[in-house]
Write a protein that binds this ligand. Sequence first.
Ligand code: ZN
Length: 220
Amino acid sequence: MSGEEDSSSTGVVVDLPSSPPEAWAKLMEGNARFVEGTSSHPNQDSARRTSLMSAQNPFVMIFGCSDSRLAAEIIFDLGLGDAFVVRTAGHVLDNTALGSLEYGVEYLKVPLIVVLGHDNCGAVTATKGAVATGEMPAGFVRDLVERITPSVLASLRKDKDSDVNAMVEEHVKQTAARLVENSPIIADAVARQRTAVVGLTYRLSDGSADLVYSNGSLGR
Ligand SMILES: [Zn+2]
C-alpha cells in the first residue's frame, strides 16, 4: 500500500487542538499510548508530508533536554507538523531558545508550551557535581552548568540532601517560570489564555511524564 492510500493516517487535519486544554489532553493521550506500548505513529506518511508543504500548524511546543532518550515526537506519539521542538542540554534557556518559543507563540499561535526534563539528567548531574566541588567544566559546557546552578542551589536550600531528580524537578519549574517572566510575548499569551505553560518530568524507566508546573488552565 502506498503512503497516499494509508487510511490510518490520511493527512487530513481533524480535531486539531486550538486551546490549551485540548492540546494538553492530546499530548497526554499520546504519552499514554507510548507508555502502554500502543503508539499509533500518527502523521508520519507522505500524505501528511504533502499537506504540510505550504504551512505548519503545530499544537504544542516542547522545550526539552537534548538527551537522546527524550525524543520528543516519539515519547508523545506525534508526527510531522505536530510539535515545534526546541532542545538544549539540561533545557537551558537562553535568548535564542526564548526567541524560538516566542516565534511559536506569536506567529504559529501554539496553545501549549511544555518544559521537559527527565530523571538522571546528565547536565543537572554535572551541575550538582560542580556545586559540590567548586570545579567548573571546561569549554562551553561551563555555560550550561552556570545556567543550571540557580536551580540546583534552590533545590539544596529546600533540602540539603536533595538528589539529582529533585534538582531536575526544581530546574523544570524554574525554567518554566523564567520563560514566562522573561518574555512579555509569552506572558501576554498566557494572560489571554491563548497559551498555557507546563513543566513535565519524564521517567526514563517507564516513559511516563509527570506534571510538576502549570501556568494557565488545562481544565476540561
Ligand atoms: Zn538531560
